[in-house]
Ligand binder design. Structure first.
Ligand code: ZN
Ligand code: ZN
Length: 283
């Protein structure tokens, strides 16, 4: 059984439950190590991340929850921090908060210019995604996807976050190959090249099980075909539910664990007493 979840949202950002409710759900599900990872504030207007003025409260709440539930579960204070393709960077505010976190997830959710409020998102809606590719890449899907994976590589190389979040989020609104065909050799080559560069860093690849809960049929991040490619490159993994409500705390965990074992993974990484440790799969 998988005993951890490092991708947990709450009502500090776009989750529906409080931090404490998420912690209680983790305990009830038998988890022993839980990381809270609200969306870090963005440097432009939006309605889905934490607000900058709430950072202190968030960190304080986690500190109190750690004390309150110390005998039941290990808690870690993290954030899901955005890397911006156009800036090739994270926000300045994120850099100042990084040292105060127990761990970090870094992810890319935006495309195009993030200097104004006219931002397009990869994961907001199919229309918005498509609009972004039209506006910033003249409709050249392939050019965008290559930029996206190069952004992922840069993010990992520059910051070496503890966890790389949902590496192939770009498939979220790709139903019926709307934007690209995952079986196309150019796509798989792009992903393989990205994995080559990520391998050997200290960043853990997140097995993100939450996608189907939000949009049935999306599957997991990364896609099944990528797992053997990651294994070949000895890329270490960890687990995250991308849980936005208590019902998602261990969403599709059993399926994920079985598939990882099938692909030859014997361990995943968990935080124990503040340090990342390998934990056997399937026990
Ligand atoms: Zn995310
Ligand atoms: Zn998330």
């Amino acid at each position: 059984m998988l005993l951890a979840n490092y991708h947990v949202h709450s009502d500090y950002c776009d989750g529906t439950n409080s931090l404490e409710e998420m912690v209680q759900a983790g305990i009830a599900a038998g988890l022993t190590s839980l990381g809270l990872s609200s969306h870090f504030p963005l440097p432009f207007t939006n309605d889905w991340t934490m607000k900058a003025e709430n950072i202190e409260n968030y960190l304080n709440d986690i500190k109190n929850l750690k004390e309150k539930y110390a005998l039941q579960i290990e808690l870690y204070g993290g954030m899901e921090i955005d890397f911006f393709i156009d800036r090739q960077d994270i926000s300045d505010l994120a850099k100042t908060v990084l040292p105060r976190l127990d761990y970090t997830i870094m992810s890319i959710h935006t495309l195009g210019k993030t200097t104004d409020d006219d931002v397009s998102y990869i994961d907001e809606s199919q229309q918005d995604f498509k609009r972004g590719i039209e506006k910033y890449y003249q409709g050249d899907n392939q050019a965008f996807i290559k930029d996206y994976y190069q952004g992922i590589e840069k993010m990992v190389k520059i910051f070496e976050p503890d966890i790389l979040g949902h590496i192939d989020l770009i498939k979220k609104y790709n139903q019926n190959n709307y934007i690209f065909d995952e079986n196309d050799p150019w796509y798989q080559e792009t992903v393989r090249a990205c994995l080559d560069r990520i391998a050997g860093t200290k960043t853990l690849m997140e097995i993100n099980t939450g996608a189907n809960m939000r949009i049935p049929g999306v599957g997991r991040y990364p896609s099944d075909w990528m797992i053997p490619e990651m294994k070949k490159r000895n890329i270490p993994i960890t687990i995250g539910g991308d849980s936005h409500s208590v019902g998602g705390i261990i969403y599709e965990y059993n399926q994920a664990e079985a598939y990882l074992a099938e692909c030859g993974y014997h361990e995943y990484w968990v935080l124990k007493k503040g340090r990342w440790e390998a934990q056997p799969l399937g026990v």
